[in-house]
Design a binder for this molecule. Sequence first.
Ligand SMILES: [Fe+2]
Length: 208
Amino acid sequence: MEIEQIKVGPMANLCYVLWEEGGGAVVIDPAWQPEAVDGFLSVKGLRPELLLLTHGHPDHANAASYFMKKYGGLALTLHSADAFLLDAGMEPVRFVGDGEELSAGRIRIRTLHTPGHTPGSVSYLAGGAVFTGDTLFVGQCGRADLPGSDPRELRRSLLKLAELPPDTAVYPGHSYNGSRSTIGAQKERNIFMKLAARGEAEFVKAAV
Ligand SMILES: [Fe+2]
């Protein structure tokens, strides 16, 4: 599986295109500059079959309508607990839960419900990589003080991510301190991953 990371917008958001030679393309977190992402799809001759959101915040979703309009039949896929964050009229929508298998051609994706930043945050596992949205950044975790956030849930989600194989590549939703890491490196160096392992009280104190 190939991965293209495209930095978009004024908040260092990262949008992703996953594809397989010979079939299958996926767009994760379509936002800000749909023409940049769509230009990449055109150059590669790709038609997206899945449009995934790691969560419903507009800085990850504000170009979703562009892709749904251009590629008929493409449903915006997210966890139902984040539906309240979507703009009215964003349709069609497909809801996913935890542990679901999604496919696009030869690409296989497993959903991991990782709430805390938002109640419906999802990390997507595919081809030895995990796309963590605003749950886990390089050296940081997502904010837990927003409407719908829950620092206790965020801690549990970080612990869930920590169970993935250490060589799993981490692709975050913003490039705040870097744009790529591994689960093993984050367990070693990310203070929030360490605090999550130490206990709820310490984590919550640091995270909000
Ligand atoms: Fe967010």
